[in-house]
Design a protein around this ligand. Sequence first.
Ligand SMILES: Cc1cc2nc3c(=O)[nH]c(=O)nc-3n(C[C@H](O)[C@H](O)[C@H](O)COP(=O)(O)OP(=O)(O)OC[C@H]3O[C@@H](n4cnc5c(N)ncnc54)[C@H](O)[C@@H]3O)c2cc1C
Length: 410
Amino acid sequence: MARILVVGGSLGGLMAANLLLRAGHDVTVLERSPRSLQGRGAGIVTHEGLRQTLRAAGAVVDETLGVPVAERVVLGPEGQALCRWAHPQILTSWGRLYTLLNEALPAERHRLGAAVDSVTALKDSVQVQLAGGEVLQADLLIAADGIRSTVRQQWLPEVKPLYAGYVAWRGVCDEAVLSRHTRETLFPHFGFGLPAGEQMIGYPVAGDHGAQGNSTAVGQRRWNFVWYRPAPTPAELQALLTDADGVHHAEGIPPQLVSRRHIAAMRQAAREKLAPQFAEIVEKTAQPFLQPIYDLVSPQLAHGRIALMGDAAFVARPHVGMGVAKAGDDAAALAACIALHGATPEALQRYEAERHASAAAVVQRARLLGAPLALPPGSAPPYRDPRGPMQQTAIDPALFETYPPEALAA
Ligand SMILES: Cc1cc2nc3c(=O)[nH]c(=O)nc-3n(C[C@H](O)[C@H](O)[C@H](O)COP(=O)(O)OP(=O)(O)OC[C@H]3O[C@@H](n4cnc5c(N)ncnc54)[C@H](O)[C@@H]3O)c2cc1C
């Protein structure tokens, strides 16, 4: 039995911790947030691989996982269906997965308010210093501390997220407040809107009613949207990340601080550019929020007894719908390599060899899918065949070769 510390108690860290705990190791998750992360996040696309990892991690995966969707539809500006594609999927919410993984991990294994300050590689162990000064020792350290990973910045300071030139406006809207027309023509589907140089996508997810804030009952669900909009210059991005008091939140603006002026402008643009169904959803979403889109590729995943996983290692733009699935694949590979080689640097080297190329390929696919949204300022967006985004976005990885980003391009 090895002593393993996992930095970061979001979905990636919780999957890794649960898998390693079930393999018999002494695992502790160190999460800097002093409070549970429940109540945050929006929609997540599930794939078969992710569902398998969730089960192996001890999560109960049954029909309450999410909302099944049978079909995709692209809506034109008048609200008419431009094309459709039968593609069954289960769509869930970040909060639902957090609850399932949290329930699987004994509370004493999950330390909230434990912010890691620094990590020191010793000969046969790793030493971790927390913000309050406490020092911990482990055989292995797994960094699942996200895109701004403290651990990665200490070890690979030159690796930084690269801004893609556009942002995603996101939000979830209650089903109950929507008009009958929108509930019938858009709500049950994975929907797309493709105004020039932009992309709106969305799908139904569980609502926050019922047991554990998760109801998939008709009338209690929500619609999760992600609207990609260009903000190619540093000045435009800075303006969007600046709150009403003039404070610039360079590393991400908290949802409640997004400027009302920007929200009003975004809603106006929705009325002008999107199908009325999308405009209604955007209008009736209580708290839209904003997320700049980044790419991140770490050249290394293993450094002695320290491993990077999830968003600390690679960030793929959300077009592939793989953020959580990729973290799950990392967690599963780590657990398998540690089972084979013990809690040793060799296990982490093997993990890097298994995961680096495939995770980098996911980042590259996402970059290609996002390329039509990342145009230089002032350039005219090319025509897009609507079937391209519809058949390439957030599909099961098993279909990647069938629907390459180059296919169905303009
Ligand atoms: C609150 C939240 C909501 C999200 N909602 C969505 C969503 O709706 N849709 C979606 O596609 N993706 C969402 N994501 C991103 C998604 O969780 C990740 O893409 C995926 O889980 C893989 O990332 P990760 O778990 O490796 O890292 P992340 O999810 O980024 O989590 C990193 C964790 O590490 C913690 N941390 C950071 N630094 C330290 C430190 N020094 N010491 C201790 N802890 C630290 C952070 O507080 C965070 O909990 C969300 C992430 C978070 C944190």
